[in-house]
Design a protein around this ligand. Sequence first.
Ligand code: DHB
Length: 568
Amino acid sequence: MTMGIKNTRHGSTPGFARSVLAVAACGAIALGLAGCGGGDGDNDSAAAVGVNDAALKFDATKYTTINVTIDGTKVPVRWYPEVCYVAKPTEMAATQTSLGQTIAISNTKCGYQSMNIFVPESVASDQKTALYFAVNNGGWMSSYVKASVKDGATFDSSASNVGAALKAGYVYIDVATRSRNVVGADGKYPGKSPSVVVDAKAAVRYLRLNDSLMPGSARRIVVNGTSGGGGLSSILGSSGNSADYNSYLAEAGAAGIDASGKSTLADDVLAINAYCPITDLGNADILYEWMFNVLGTRATVSQNPNPTGSAELMAKFADYQKSLNLKTSAGAALTADNMLDEVKAEVTRSAEIYMASGKTIPNLGEVMTYTSQGQTGQYTNDWLTVDNAAGKVLSLDMAKYLKFVVTQAKLKNAPSFDQSGMAITASSGESSLFGTAAQVYSNFTDYGWTHNDTAGDGTGMDDTRQTWAQFLSASTLVSTQLKLVNPMNYIGSASKTAPYWYVRHGSRDRDTAFVVSVNLARALKADAEVSDLNYRLAWDQPHAGNYDVPEAMAWIAKTLKDADAKGL
Ligand code: DHB
């Protein structure tokens, strides 16, 4: 097993942070607490043991061996099925609806708070290999426990991140979480924010607690997620060890929470591999409307069903952007005035990296063929002039580029994220992530709250007769829920940010504004805890993930080497 004091920037912080260090170093089950006295005085008593830790002991014998074929070679894998990572799982209804489909679930007891753990036989006694921690909450939906590795499956490691992770000798873990659509056995909605983050943290804590009993190292957790999962990866990677989640962790029966509600384990992670993160939810509508109206894109393509709302949201962008206090890649203040140039520089960089890899981009006047939202289409390039031989972008027309993006994938109606309760929208945004467990949804932005026109849904000014400001001052529920899912609130704060980040956002993704990932990247860049940020708009990619398996896996391998060299 590999333990030892990890180097966190909490070193100088009294209390909680030092407890984390002391117990992370000596609190694993196999060691017990013998010899763990002394230290800084905060953890000298047995009270520093999580109240649920004994119940959450990993049973290393509970596996079945399955066989998969990776690149033509048979690979035996130990499968630990449906390991429940909390002591107080939420009992769920046996019938659930996800993305319009009704499914019957068999594990009502813990199927949304379990992990399927896959250990390549070759690393069964390796205490150092990485844990590839896959979150599966697409759409910010709950994810019922899933098995990405099945007996008899065949993988091509150049295309499948699952096959590549197993081939590299990492432990592959499918992590289930509650989230916005799940229905409890009591008919309520137990997946409201922050439960999805709490569950992911509880899974991390389970791995930390049982590190000595499990193959691999819980100090080498690499989180992988796409879209909603990219958003979850980002908050998990930025809010490490934050006490903000402790009360929720206690309620879920997570590992490493003592009788007084304090944390006795760390839940920070080593590396994040996130695709198209749907994040900064409380501001995502503002960023979206700015991005697709600042050059008149919505009007140009006649996708502007709510022009007044778009304009109202867009008008909030400058103040919000300023409040983030971010810098451009060149070090100037990143504001509404230079954001378009910043995005343009990222699109240019993406194209040039693509050409440098030996690939060719259709030139001005040539046809771009693409696949988007399951359809293949063609677009005559009217926005980009390149010199493929020199690998250079010669000119890029941002207005025409944005028009291309929303032609190949139609924009969401405004507001795009806090959509529920408005006749104007398709009601498929994220409002159901917020509110009480008894509510189907709650509006979570000023705009959504104020413009909700569905009488009787219990949210919005129409039903409550409260303005957004009055609502926020009367109840901290929604503002707290927003904070706890948003990495922008944690990056650069006292929580622990993962040191390694690989973030991709497709250059023709219309699901969230490019500004969202640009801001995330600039915030990460400014965080002294981040030692490597590998961010890019992925050339010619739509809203998707894991399309660059060899590159991402090479980055993970390099990251693990670097972490080793640094003693992380
Ligand atoms: C996803 C897509 C969205 O457009 C969104 O708002 C949230 C999540 C997804 O694909 O996971």
